[in-house]
Design a protein around this ligand. Structure first.
Ligand code: ADP
Ligand code: MG
Length: 796
């Protein structure tokens, strides 16, 4: 059954070689109770370890069931220990954090016996050793004798052929020793039991055969067995611990040190918390910024206005900036000529340019809006008389109508309705009041409202009617010249005629508080549709056609300047007469004389398609770049005076928000990276400590047939649990932290819900936490696997 032929085993410590087994040759029967006697250090334990496959012999041959073990692989030895051998130790070597049943079942667990069968067998052997009533206790709740019974039950559980007992009664009193010996004797009835003892009386009393050892040699044998011919063959069932078993084992171990595990998990979760917070913050900030970007986009369009701009050439990089330092401490005044570095530029919008704008890639823009100031013939009436509204006294302009706008209309975005509604129809007008709900006396007078009052109710203004009259109805021809069709002081007939279109004030609106884009002046605003409708009609009106032919003003008879400003195309040029005062002054200064140009006269008759300003609303910052590039392309190879300049207010905002975000992220990432490294090291240390603590357990598991891999698995399971705990803890804490963080940020910045933990991030971080902790524990786990089972079992 078991044969040892010239087995030699020696230990090297430094230069010294200790021969623990010196050519031992022994034969054992299938069932007998063999006692090994001998002095301490004579090699008894070594013999058991070699026979049990815990330790490998140097030379000779060990034959088990007729099979030589010479070519056994590690896995064969593991299977052999698991299937064929049961160990009983002097110090019991039970796994303290497992219950009695779990201890007994461990060998079967390793060889993959099903739960029910495992349990059945465990109960059987526990009953056999007389511990039926203690099965759910932990080892430390038992007496020494009881613990040894558990160890015997464990050794028997997998029904091995050989039981190896190393001084099983060494730690027990004589009475308990005898009980244990009785138990072992019954086992030996159908198994080979090899028991080491230094108690010759017990050996005499119970053993069938006594072998004496001295200096690594068997010096006597009371019942030797002649050499047998190797016959039978047998197969071993390979062992393997699945990860679930490893998890359970480590979980139970961890459960005995909850505080340590909890604190470890918490400490290592700090890295996760750091990263999760960064992600949640940058996630939130990203959302804030992109919503701010789209906000900034619509509030800061690229605007091209028919107005004079002071262009600082130094700022635009056209000329060199000043040599003077900024914020000098010298108390000196430096005179300088601003015009040397800047020019007054007059944007001349031509039909070609507008056509160019219209050809812009539509995917880049959210919309284009036009503001027009068209000299429409507008009449007011008090019921008795009607007069033309004096547009020099009140601002009359179109509100920008965004074409293709995705978001709400310009007015809806930047204005509050105080009374009535926003305009919906072409003929709807709105009255814009200033921030104090005021309108100038002149404006009110121009509208025909009585301004000699304290206030007027908004409700009285809703529905207020003005009438629009087309050029052909408004003017009549008198030979060469044209005049207004009616007496200047009363146009009531024209007002009442069905040719006058009724326009109504449908709402009183005011710029939203703090809005930078509410650029319309107090007065009346009409739709761009109305403006273009009038323009289209005016272009073909008699007076305009006549004016185009004439070299004089068809209303006054005065000569007009033929000098057409800008590119000189078909009379479409700056409607100087219609601009606000500041602009008119600039134009006045730049115009050669006080005589209006023909183009200006035409414009005053409403025959101009040129808007006073065009605003382009980019879709995003990238699109803005392309738009700017597109606008710059127009200007290439043009003289400075012909260039069309644009204003882009959003540029400044972008740079600031972007760099702040980068800075914050960088700092936080550095912080989190450090804490992650720290937790990695900490996990390595903790796992190393755990390996140290569980050395005995490693030995026991190896004795029960666990492979090196399984040991690694046990510690990987441990770090897995810690990693999972720290991940869950980290994410949980981060989630809870988002509330105070958001509250603080809201207080500081008025930004709501900045910190938002993305579930995908949370799961990713949980996985990262597990992977990293397992990485941290990987080397200690490998170390554990490499531990020599014999040394591990010897450790205390
Ligand atoms: P016994 O069990 O009979 O007391 P052992 O088998 O434990 O004796 O030891 C036999 C000899 O081998 C002793 O001299 C012991 O010091 C030596 N020995 C045992 N294990 C080792 C080891 N791992 N390294 C070095 N020497 C060892
Ligand atoms: Mg010993």
């Amino acid at each position: 059954m078991l044969q040892l032929n010239n087995i030699v085993k020696s230990y090297k410590t430094g230069d010294f070689t200790q021969v623990a087994l010196d050519k031992v040759s022994l034969n054992f029967r299938e069932s007998e109770f063999v006692a090994i006697l001998g002095q301490s250090g004579s090699g008894k334990t070594t013999l058991l370890n070699v026979v049990g496959g815990l330790d490998q012999y140097d030379s000779g041959e060990l034959i088990i069931n007729g099979q030589s073990t010479k070519h056994f692989q590690d896995s064969d030895w593991d299977a052999y220990r698991n299937n064929s051998v049961g160990f009983i130790f002097q110090s019991y070597n039970l796994i303290s954090h497992l219950s009695i049943v779990d201890n007994v079942e461990m060998g079967m667990t390793l060889s993959g016996v099903s739960t029910s069968e495992k349990n059945k067998k465990a109960m059987e052997v526990l009953e056999k050793v007389g511990l039926k009533d203690h099965v759910h206790k932990k080892p430390n709740q038992l007496s020494g004798g009881q613990m040894q019974r558990v160890a015997i039950a464990r050794a028997l559980a997998n029904n091995p052929d050989i039981i190896l007992a190393d001084e099983p009664t060494g730690a027990l009193d004589s009475e308990t020793s005898e009980q244990i010996m009785e138990l072992i004797k019954t086992i030996a009835e159908d198994k080979l039991v090899i028991m080491v003892t230094h108690n010759p009386e017990l050996a005499e009393q119970y053993a069938d055969r006594i072998i004496k050892f001295s200096d690594g040699k068997a010096i006597s044998d009371t019942n030797p067995l002649a050499n047998q011919k190797a016959t039978s063959n047998y197969t071993l069932k390979k062992t393997s611990m699945n990860f679930l078993t490893a998890l359970k084992l480590s979980g139970k171990n961890i459960a005995t040190k909850k505080w340590r595990t909890g604190l470890t998990a918490f400490a290592s979760s700090i890295g996760i918390i750091g990263i999760a917070l960064i992600l949640s913050l940058s996630n939130g900030f990203d959302k804030q910024i992109s919503s701010y970007e789209t906000g900034a986009m619509s509030s800061f369009p690229i605007t091209i206005s028919q107005s004079a701009m002071n262009i600082d050439l130094a700022e635009r990089g056209v000329v060199a900036g000043t040599d003077l330092p900024s914020y000098p401490t010298e108390k000196k005044l430096y005179p300088y000529d601003p015009t040397a570095n800047s020019i007054v530029h007059n944007n001349v919008l031509t039909t070609e340019y507008l056509a160019y704008l219209n050809k812009i890639d539509p995917t880049l823009i959210d919309g284009i809006s036009y503001t027009r100031t068209v000299n429409m013939n507008m009449l007011k009436s008090d019921g008795v008389k009607a007069t033309t509204v004096d547009k020099g006294s009140i601002t009359f302009s179109s509100y920008p109508s965004k074409q293709g706008a995705a978001t709400g209309s310009y007015l809806e975005q930047y204005y509050d309705v105080l009374e009535g509604n926003f305009p919906t129809k072409k003929t709807d007008l709105v009255l814009i009041v200033d921030e104090h709900n005021r309108l100038t006396d002149a404006s009110m007078s121009a509208l025909g409202l009585n301004y000699d009052v304290d206030s007027i109710n908004f409700t009285d203004l809703i529905g207020y009617e003005l009438k629009l009259v087309m050029n052909n109805d408004y003017y009549k021809r008198n030979g060469e010249l044209f005049s207004v069709n009616g007496t200047a002081s009363n146009l009531i007939d024209m007002y009442n005629s069905d040719k006058a279109a009724s326009l109504n004030i449908v709402g009183v609106i005011r710029a939203q508080e703090g809005s930078t884009m509410s650029t319309l002046s107090a007065g009346i605003a009409y739709s761009d549709d109305l403006a273009t409708y009038f323009i289209e009609d005016a272009k073909n009106s008699d007076i305009v056609l006549a004016q185009q032919e004439a070299d004089h003003n068809v209303l006054t008879g005065q000569l007009v300047s033929q000098d057409i400003a800008g590119s000189g195309t078909s009379g479409m040029a700056s409607p100087g007469t219609l601009m606000d005062k500041g602009m008119a002054n600039t134009l006045g200064a730049s115009a050669s004389s006080n005589t209006p140009t023909k183009a200006e006269v035409l414009a005053s008759l409403g025959a101009t398609e040129i808007p006073t300003s065009v605003s382009l609303y980019p879709i995003d910052f990238g699109a803005k770049e392309s738009i700017i590039h597109y606008l710059d392309e127009w200007n290439t190879n043009l003289d400075t005076k012909d260039k069309v300049m644009y204003t882009d207010l959003a540029a400044i905002v972008t740079n600031v928000s972007g760099s702040i975000m980068d800075g914050i992220t960088l700092v936080l990432v550095a912080f989190a990276a450090i804490s992650l490294v720290v937790s990695l090291i900490m996990i390595a240390i903790i796992t190393y400590i755990s390996v140290m603590e569980r050395t005995k357990e490693i030995g026991v598991l190896r004795a029960l047939g666990a492979r090196k891999k399984d040991i690694t698995r046990v510690f990987n399971a441990e770090t897995f649990i810690i990693g999972a705990c720290s991940g869950v803890l980290g994410i949980g804490i981060t989630y809870l932290l988002t509330f105070p963080v958001n509250a603080i940020l809201y207080n500081l910045t008025d930004l709501k819900n900045v910190s938002q933990l993305d579930p995908v991030h949370a799961i990713t971080l949980g996985v990262i936490s597990v992977v990293l902790t397992m990485l941290g524990g990987f080397i200690p786990a490998k170390m554990a696997a490499k531990k020599d089972p014999v040394t591990a079992l010897r450790s205390e």
